[in-house]
Design a protein around this ligand. Structure first.
Ligand code: FMN
Length: 356
């Protein structure tokens, strides 16, 4: 019961949280005044985990387990179907504990029968749980979420984190679908990304700081306030993306999420090398506050603006976007230098040597 109440509380508190925005202000495009392309040539088509898609956006893990979350999942699945986007479910642990709430997740498959739906579990999951979560909704992939700060701030949180990597390794070796490891808003650094890649994951979703803040949500739920400095914990999405791209070096797909809903920031993430971009808090907010049609219009607006931005850089495809010049300044530029991150090849300046 506690777990289910928590799910709805997350939604209610998130809707009150001031919407954050991933900070890509130190990443800059260079305007191209001679693109030599027509707007109707510009395509957002991409591939993700071996599947062809018409757009690089996906709806990230949100909810499941309660009557409210069933309604939200059904509505989000309708939006994902209409826009042709992949969609991740919220953690399915509630349904593994209590099969009577499975319908709150299965509804997504009913609404979006041919959709790319991703299963979702925490890093405490066993291979058997992973297998059942995938089977429940015939998932195309499995997301495993990492959320240490959230657990620490939760009154009922699990504070035992030993053995996580080994469990991920076991899940990867047993399940027959790609495994995506994601953070929930605190980012992933190069060192841990390398370990996840060595464990065999197919993709990493950086889940950086900037959007939904689970330290703030849990501090509010538990009525145990945290200081502003601690509430600001985590790697900003842009920084985490650069960290993980360095570790990935083309070996796994890298997804960007965490406060992503500005078309310009999404374009920057894609130009840096993100394969796709996940949105969670923003679609939830629009759906609940303004309704399904507004959310669909918003996704279409983002996609339209992405195509405009691509043309203004001279790129007609996402592959070409990854080759347009970028400049990194300020805090992010300094971070890159101090961490000696290998930069994507389109970032202007001399790439720094790798440090192993
Ligand atoms: C209400 C709510 C519930 C969430 N539940 C889950 C979850 O069950 N599993 C998960 O992996 N992530 C969950 N997330 C995290 C999101 O998938 C995402 O990683 C995070 O919110 C950062 O993205 P955003 O800034 O676009 O919201 C949840 C987010 C919200 C707002």
């Amino acid at each position: 019961m506690g777990r289910l109440r928590r799910k709805d509380e997350h939604i209610v508190i998130r809707l009150k949280q001031k919407a954050g925005l991933a900070d890509f202000s130190h990443i800059h495009f260079v305007h191209n005044c001679l693109p030599e392309r027509d707007l109707d040539e510009v395509t957002l088509e991409t591939t993700l985990l071996g599947r062809k898609l018409g757009s690089p956006l996906f709806i990230n893990a949100l909810t499941g387990g309660t009557p409210l979350s069933k309604k939200i999942n059904a509505a989000l699945a309708g939006v994902a179907r209409e826009c042709g986007l992949p969609m991740a479910l919220g953690s399915q642990m509630a349904a593994l504990d209590n099969p009577r709430v499975e319908d709150t997740y299965r509804v997504v498959r009913e609404v979006y029968p041919d959709g790319l739906i991703w299963a979702n579990l925490g890093a405490y999951a066993t291979p058997e749980m992973a297998r059942r979560a995938i089977e429940m909704i015939d998932a195309a992939a499995l997301q495993i979420h990492l959320n240490v700060p959230q657990e620490l701030a939760m009154q009922e949180g699990d504070c035992r984190f030993r053995g996580t990597l080994q469990r991920i390794r076991e899940i990867v070796s047993v399940v027959d679908r790609p495994v995506i490891v994601k953070e929930v808003g605190f980012g992933i650094a190069r060192e841990q990304a390398r370990r996840l890649i060595a464990a065999g994951v197919a993709a990493i979703d950086v889940g950086g700081r900037g959007g939904t803040n689970f330290l703030a949500i849990e501090a509010r739920r538990s009525r145990r306030p945290l200081s502003p400095e601690v509430l600001g914990w985590g790697l900003p999405t842009a920084v985490s993306l650069l960290e993980v791209l360095d570790a990935a070096a083309g070996k796994v797909e890298v997804l960007a999420s965490g406060g992503m809903f500005s078309s310009l920031n999404i374009a920057k993430a894609l130009a840096l090398g993100a394969q796709a971009v996940g949105l969670a808090g923003h679609p939830l907010y629009l759906l609940m506050k303004r309704g399904r049609d507004t959310l669909i219009q918003e996704i279409r607006r983002i996609e339209r603006e992405l195509r405009l931005i691509m043309l203004m850089t001279g790129a007609a495809s996402l592959e070409e976007l990854r080759r347009v010049p970028l400049v990194i300044t300020g805090f992010t530029g300094e971070w890159v230098k101090q961490r000696r991150l290998r930069l994507p090849p389109n970032v202007c300046g001399v790439p720094l040597p790798p440090v192993d």
